[in-house]
Design a protein around this ligand. Structure first.
Ligand code: ARG
Length: 398
């Protein structure tokens, strides 16, 4: 083994990660930087940008395909009805997958350091480092540690002739993967500013048109669209396209970041909206009232850990024990109607439905298991008994 000091950098080819390359050599004493880009379903153009920039920087560049692994995690999120303040967690769930893939490349390539270009304000630094700090490699965050600003980065890049197209990456900060596209920054930071139509790329403005589709589930995992079986990546891509065409899956929320900062976020996530709505509708059919209520708490905790990038926490494994038990019955299908930008469940069926047409009907004498209508008389007499008694005591005191 040579004593070349190597560091693996999470590399996108954007301004932040580009300036990190010389900084890792000059400020952190590394001889060699390797760039790693992990594919979690970003658009082709992002890989081209990364590839071109890496070439211009003469950077050793690795691309790792983690789409299947990421899609599988997104489907675990569906089983947990995962949402953080209305955000289906696209970026949050992708980070641990990306971090793990980079760590693997770093080890293979004999690196002694790991670096990312995140700032000190966001969530992503925490999610990356939660994974990386489980290794004995040095963890480096140049943008945060050197207190870099965008202006400084632009000047630095210009001075050194770094390959950043004039530092112009459009005015918004965008993060895209299979599960969601986030748009932040610029005027959008002002919570009162109404986003212009051109921030959206995945969703059309809803029109009066409607469409009905059917999603099939097996044990809580989405498996088919209109009875055609599909692999997770394919199903997500197809639904992003299809539902996005009807304006499904836009959200504009105030998000409380892990460090406490409240920020305005805009997202697009057509497939996530369809699958989450359909899954919830199926659970409503097959779970008992108490299971539905309790699972809300389980789902909430899962979502919190998901947002934190801690999907491997022991708590999550324990929650998944409960989730797995409930999902044994989450097999069936749900009809969803796209209408007015919504993806609304309009039909559901399952062989595990906790439902008896006979019992619910007004037309039969027998309810179920020999219980008759008149058997409710005793229940009706008792109902509200304690309240009536308590009110009498209160009234007599006055
Ligand atoms: N606020 C979201 C999150 O923390 C999205 C962040 C988008 N990241 C970005 N680098 N633009 O999960």
């Amino acid at each position: 083994m040579s004593d070349t000091k190597r560091v693996a950098l999470a590399f996108s080819g954007g301004l932040d990660t580009t300036v990190c390359v010389p900084l890792l050599q000059e400020e952190y004493g590394y001889d060699e930087v390797i760039g790693v880009t992990v594919d979690v379903g970003q658009p082709e153009s992002e890989f081209e940008e990364a590839e071109e920039t890496a070439e211009a920087l003469e950077l050793d560049h690795y691309v790792v395909d983690a789409k299947d692994e990421f899609a599988a995690l997104c489907f675990d999120a569906v089983r947990a009805n995962a949402s953080y303040q209305g955000y289906p967690l696209g970026t949050a769930l992708a980070r641990p997958v990306i971090a793990k893939a980079i760590l693997d490349v770093a080890k293979e390539q004999g690196c002694s350091g790991l670096a990312h270009g995140c700032t000190g304000k966001g969530n992503d630094q925490l999610r990356f480092e939660a994974v990386w700090r489980d290794s004995d490699l040095e963890v480096i965050a140049p943008v945060r540690e050197l207190g870099l600003t965008r202006e400084f980065e632009q000047e630095y890049a210009a001075e050194r002739n770094l390959p950043v197209e004039g530092g112009d990456e459009g005015k918004y900060s965008i993060d895209t993967n299979l599960w969601s596209r986030s748009v932040e920054g610029s005027e959008l930071e002002d919570p009162s500013y109404v986003p212009p139509e051109d921030i959206y790329e995945w969703t059309k403005a809803p029109t009066g048109e409607t469409l009905e589709i059917e999603i099939g589930f097996e044990n809580g995992y989405p498996v088919s669209l209109d009875e055609a079986e599909m692999e997770p990546v394919e199903l997500i891509e197809e639904l992003n396209e299809l539902a996005g065409g009807y304006g499904v899956g836009r959200s504009d929320i105030m998000e409380d970041r892990m460090l406490g900062l409240k920020v305005r976020e805009n997202y697009e996530h057509p497939a996530a909206t369809v699958l989450l709505n359909a899954h919830a509708a199926l659970e409503d059919l097959v779970l008992t009232k108490e299971e539905r209520a309790f699972k809300k708490q389980v789902d909430h905790e899962w979502s919190e850990k998901g947002y934190q990038g801690l999907v491997n926490a022991p708590l999550v494994r324990a929650l998944e024990g409960f989730i797995a038990e409930t999902q044994k019955r989450a097999t069936g299908s749900v009809t969803i109607r796209f209408e007015g930008g919504q993806a609304r469940p309009v039909g559901r069926k399952s062989k595990y439905a906790v439902y008896s047409a006979e019992a619910a009907s007004f037309n039969t004498e027998d309810i179920v298991g020999g219980i008759e209508q008149n058997d409710a008389t005793g229940v009706a007499k008792y109902h509200g008994f304690q309240e009536r008694l308590a009110n009498r005591v209160i009234d007599s005191e006055e």
